[in-house]
Write a protein that binds this ligand. Structure first.
Ligand code: C5P
Ligand code: MG
Length: 174
């Protein structure tokens, strides 16, 4: 397979959600990272399900194609997006990737989260993200990082995600 540099596009995505207590004490929704549910006393404040990893991935994919961003495509004042499974945003971004004749080469994300540790469930998250993107888990990497107890993220009051994705335009032979 020959890949021409002009057929490659890189995308970057970033997201942050405030983490608040779950239940009657706060506005937090159950914590989900890459479509995987985590037991935690805090969860994201969000119009959708608040899956910050899936939001950053959506923006990275849309960004690689220079398309409007997640907030423009799926406004947070639209009742249709209330408590919505964020996998739907990723799937729509991927539909546009395929429609334009591109495929993902690989994706790498860093989830900045004081607790819980993501390492033990890393492969589960990779598989979940790969399933949503309809690619191989080998093309997906996800890693956790603390914020060293500094600032809001380090105090466990927010989760932050950085993501890059590389896509390529398919040739006539696919
Ligand atoms: O942030 P720090 O460098 O102290 O994190 C050490 C390691 O702990 C990371 O490289 C990662 O392997 C793991 N980690 C994790 N989940 C987190 C935070 C850190 O798996 N939420
Ligand atoms: Mg978000």
């Amino acid at each position: 397979m020959r890949i021409w540099a002009q057929d490659l596009r890189i995308g970057h995505g970033y997201d942050l959600h405030r983490l608040e207590p779950i239940g009657p004490d706060g506005q937090g929704r159950p914590l989900r990272i890459g479509g995987v549910a985590f037991e935690h006393d805090r969860g994201p404040v969000s119009h959708s399900d608040g899956d910050a990893l899936l939001h950053a991935i959506t923006d990275a994919v849309l960004g690689a194609l220079a398309l409007p961003d997640i907030g423009q495509m799926f406004p947070d004042h639209d009742p249709a997006n209330e408590a919505r499974d964020s996998a739907a945003f990723v799937r729509e971004a991927m539909r546009l990737v395929r429609q334009r004749g591109f495929e993902i080469i690989n994706l790498d994300a860093t989830v900045v989260l004081e607790r819980p540790k993501l390492g033990p469930r890393r492969d589960e998250i990779r598989r979940s993200v790969a399933r949503i993107l309809e690619i191989d888990p080998e093309q997906v990497n996800v890693k956790g990082k603390t914020h060293e107890r500094v600032d809001a993220v380090g105090e466990g009051r927010a989760v932050e995600v950085h993501c890059v994705v590389l896509i390529r335009k398919l040739g006539p032979e696919g």
